[in-house]
Write a protein that binds this ligand. Sequence first.
Ligand code: FES
Length: 74
Amino acid sequence: MQTDEPCTITLEPGTHYICQCGQSMNRPFCDGSHAGTGKQPHALEITEPGDVTLCGCLQSQNPPYCDGSHLKTR
Ligand code: FES
């Protein structure tokens, strides 16, 4: 997924690595493409299954969650 829009997905309990470099071809998840960028994925710990809304613009002040920052760049 290559988009600046947030996405809401259902995650199961566990650790999910969320892309923070914008280079992953499997966004919102890290695919290792951050190598050499100086960025690292956000390790998101989920304890209960449920929906999360994740940042797609990489400008959120509360990563990896959307905080509405994508609306400020329009
Ligand atoms: S591919 Fe973007 S943080 Fe890993």
